[in-house]
Write a protein that binds this ligand. Structure first.
Ligand code: FES
Ligand code: FES
Length: 156
């Protein structure tokens, strides 16, 4: 059954008709064309579909779109100013913390949530926070260096 819902995505209201069974991932990607939200495992195990829900990282493949109304949803497209890279994205580039970049949007959003919550995380805290995001080709050492570098730029 279709129903009309309004999602708040990247500071904009988006009203659309969805099936009750549509995941947030499907709606963000297939309907709103937010290509940074990527599907890999489809079962909440890889983090490539990570978005922020009220500032917290969640796997959008596990969430129903109809249960996501009234929340602030942020995808990678909502992070920068549209002109230049966000400091966390720049840190990933500077530290060569990506290769194919399939996992990178999810990692960047998880790092954003981490640094919002813990501006000065220890390496163990960063590892723990990012444990839901998997990367199959870049090195985790580079990703942790990117976290440190981003932390220096974003620390309050
Ligand atoms: S596609 Fe959602 S966690 Fe893997
Ligand atoms: S950079 Fe390829 S999966 Fe992470």
């Amino acid at each position: 059954m279709k129903r009309e819902i309004t999602l708040r995505v990247n500071n904009k209201n988006e009203t659309l008709a969805v099936d009750d069974a549509d995941s947030l991932l499907e709606v963000l990607r297939d309907r709103l064309k937010l290509w940074s939200v990527r599907e890999s495992c489809g079962v909440g195990a890889c983090g490539s579909c990570t978005v922020l829900l009220d500032g917290r990282p969640v796997s959008s493949c596990l969430l129903l779109a109809v249960r996501s109304t009234g929340r602030e949803i942020t995808t990678l497209e909502g992070l920068g100013d549209g002109q230049s890279l966000h400091p966390i994205q720049q840190a990933f580039v500077n530290e060569r913390a990506l290769q194919c970049a399939y996992c990178t949007p999810g990692f960047v959003l998880s790092v954003k949530a981490l640094l919002d919550e813990l501006p000065h995380p220890s390496e163990e805290e960063a590892k723990e926070y990012l444990s839901g995001n998997l990367c199959r080709c870049a090195g985790y050492a580079e990703i942790l260096r990117a976290v440190r570098s981003a932390q220096e730029k974003t620390a309050r």
